[in-house]
Design a protein around this ligand. Structure first.
Ligand code: SF4
Length: 246
C-alpha cells in the first residue's frame, strides 16, 4: 500500500512505520519468478492484484483491486489470454464471475487461508439467521458457503444496508471495527482460525502499531523511497486501471 501511494504520488513523502510490515501475497510473487511466468506466456496479458510489489506492478499490463477485478476482466477483448497474479483465490472467483478462463499465479493470503470450513459451519449452526459475508481472497470451499462476496468496502456497505442483524465475517477481522462504528446495533462475528487460534489477524498489518506511527510522524522516518524507473513502469498499469474504471 505504501508503494502504491508512492507510485501514484511521487512528490509526496510516504512514511512506513515498520518496513517489515509486508504481505504474503507480495512475498509469494517475487519479481524474477514473475518474469519467468511472463516469459512462459508471451502472448498473455498480465493483470496483477494491487497487493503485489512495485517491481511486479512494473512488469504487469494492468492492476486491479478486489472491487474492480471482475469489471476490468469483462472489459478486455474476449480472445485475449490473461494471466492473473498473485492471489489464486481471487483469480478463481474472478473466473467464475466473468466467465473468462485465466491462468493463475499460485499465491495466497496467509490470513484468508487460515479460515476453515469446520469453524464456519459451527458458527452457521449456532447463528442460523446470520449472513455469511466473505472477501474473494478466501478459499473456494468457503466462498461456496457465503451469502455475499465482495471487496472490503463492499462488505462494509453490504452489512450496513442488509436487513439482517447478524453477520459472520470472513476476512481480516480489522474490518469488524469499522462495521461496528458504522452500525453498532448489529452483531459481527469473527471466524476463528484453525483450532480457535487468532492467526486470522494479519501479522503484517499489526506491525504498524500506534507507537510506531507516532514515532514515525515525529521523526518523519522511515521514509519510503523508490527507483524512479520502476515507479514510472509501475504507474502505467495503475493508470490503465484508473482509465478503464472511468
Ligand atoms: S491480510 Fe495481510 S497477508 Fe493478507 S493480503 Fe492483506 S496484508 Fe497481505
Amino acid at each position: 500500500m505504501a508503494e502504491t501511494a508512492k507510485i501514484l504520488c511521487p512528490d509526496k513523502t510516504v512514511l512506513l512505520p515498520d518496513f517489515d510490515a509486508g504481505c504474503t501475497l507480495a512475498d509469494d510473487c517475487q519479481p524474477d519468478e514473475f518474469q519467468n511466468f511472463l516469459d512462459k506466456h508471451p502472448d498473455h496479458f498480465a493483470i496483477s492484484y494491487i497487493n503485489c510489489s512495485a517491481a511486479v506492478k512494473a512488469k504487469s499490463d494492468l492492476i486491479c483491486t478486489s472491487s474492480n477485478a471482475v469489471d476490468l476482466v469483462k472489459k478486455l477483448p474476449e480472445d485475449l489470454p490473461i494471466l492473473f497474479s498473485p492471489d489464486r483465490n481471487l483469480g478463481r472467483w474472478v473466473e467464475q464471475q466473468s466467465g473468462r478462463k485465466l491462468t493463475l499465479w499460485p499465491g495466497r493470503c496467509l490470513v484468508h487461508e487460515t479460515f476453515n470450513e469446520e469453524s464456519l459451519i459451527k458458527l452457521k449452526i449456532k447463528y442460523p439467521t446470520a449472513e455469511v459475508i466473505a472477501h474473494p481472497e478466501c478459499q473456494e470451499s468457503l466462498l461456496d458457503l457465503a451469502d455475499f462476496i465482495g471487496s472490503t468496502s463492499k462488505l462494509l456497505n453490504y452489512s450496513q444496508k442488509s436487513k439482517k442483524n447478524t453477520f459472520i465475517v470472513l476476512t481480516e477481522p480489522g474490518i469488524i471495527h469499522q462495521m461496528r462504528l458504522k452500525d453498532p446495533s448489529k452483531t459481527y462475528l469473527e471466524v476463528p482460525g484453525i483450532d480457535g487460534c487468532s492467526c486470522n489477524e494479519c501479522p503484517y498489518m499489526r506491525m504498524n502499531t500506534l507507537e510506531k506511527v507516532s514515532k514515525c510522524l515525529k521523526e518523519m522516518n522511515p521514509e519510503l523511497k523508490m527507483d524512479e524507473k520502476i515507479r514510472q513502469m509501475a504507474y502505467k498499469p495503475m493508470k490503465k486501471m484508473l482509465d478503464m474504471s472511468n
